[in-house]
Ligand binder design. Structure first.
Ligand code: NDP
Length: 281
């Protein structure tokens, strides 16, 4: 039987995951046996939709906004990452059980040029993606400080995951970090107010240099202001598209057991750009 895969979210029509995974399945020689589609589903319908999927030939699914928490809650088994982060973006259906995983964390780590052990990291943001990033960094030996526009959320997240928070009246010193991660919506086109809102992040662009690694989870058809500035200062830049590709690749490995073709996925994700704003996966 043909094995189906999907991404579930709302909205979902502009997701790059179907293009990315369809290209990868073809490259792996699985194009005739596997398929990947986008399914728009509301929060009210989510659980019933997921529970029906194994009977419809689905082997697994990616889950994006706003269902990552619900995906974890309905699963029979959860990986340590999904459990600790409190959210799942990957479901696998096997023998009547639903397994939950979180490849936002492993995908983020895979996108880094090296392991973050021993590095001083600054994470901007305290929302869903910041949770996955902070967990990935802390469990891999980085010292993490969290800055957030609403400082109470940074303090709460830091307390939960073993990081430190930047205080309300404090401005982090850009120069003192090895790794800086933007996990806010700033820079995310319409959602974040565009390039001008880089000013709302506590980054001292003049202090960025060759010793820095900068990850911007935001992505769009054009380079973000933050990645442009960091690149011009000689920093090593990892953009949101790379993180997107790596989380997709990690999901594909879980479902198929095969090594995903990263370059093919990168190319397909890039060429799937739409002129409007899009969901994360
Ligand atoms: P959430 O809505 O959970 O969190 C949003 C965060 O952005 C909060 O910390 C919020 O701060 C902050 N924020 C919003 N507006 C501003 C502003 N004007 N100035 C400063 N901070 C602001 O979003 P997610 O964590 O799900 O997503 C964050 C970003 O990461 C998005 O751009 C998303 O598209 C991207 N992303 C990319 C992925 C990838 O694979 N590349 C995967 C997942 C996400 P406050 O708490 O004060 O509201």
């Amino acid at each position: 039987m043909r094995r189906r895969l999907a991404v579930l979210g709302q909205p979902i029509s502009h997701s790059r995951s179907p293009a990315m995974h369809t290209a990868a399945l073809a490259e792996l020689g699985l194009g005739n046996d596997w398929s990947y589609e986008a399914i728009e589903v509301s929060s009210q319908e989510f659980e019933a939709r997921v529970r029906a999927m194994p009977g419809e030939g689905f082997a697994g699914a990616n889950v994006t906004v706003p269902h990552k928490l619900a995906a974890l809650e309905l699963a029979d088994d959860a990986s340590k990452a999904a459990h600790s982060i409190g959210a799942a973006n990957t479901l696998s259906f096997d023998g009547g059980r639903i397994a939950a995983d979180n490849t936002d964390a492993s995908g983020f780590l895979d996108a880094l040029p090296g392991r973050p052990s021993g590095s001083e990291a600054l994470v901007l943001g305290a929302g869903g993606s910041a949770r996955a990033v902070v967990w990935a960094l802390v469990t891999n030996g980085a010292e993490v400080r969290i800055w957030n526009r609403t400082p109470e959320r940074a303090a709460r997240l830091a307390g939960e995951l073993g990081a430190a928070a930047v205080g309300p009246s404090e401005r982090p010193r850009t120069a003192s970090f090895d790794l800086i991660v933007n996990a806010t919506t700033v820079g995310m086109g319409a959602a974040g107010g565009g390039a001008a809102s880089l000013k709302s992040l506590p980054i001292d662009a003049d202090s960025l240099g060759e010793r820095h690694q900068l990850v911007d989870l935001a992505y769009g058809p054009a380079e973000t202001e933050l990645t442009r500035v960091a690149r011009s200062r000689g920093a090593t830049v990892i953009d949101g598209l790379e993180v997107l590709v790596r989380q997709g690749a990690a999901s594909l490995r879980i479902w198929t057991g095969q090594d995903p073709p990263i370059e093919t996925m990168r190319r397909a994700a890039t060429s799937a750009w739409q002129p409007t704003s899009a969901p994360d996966t």
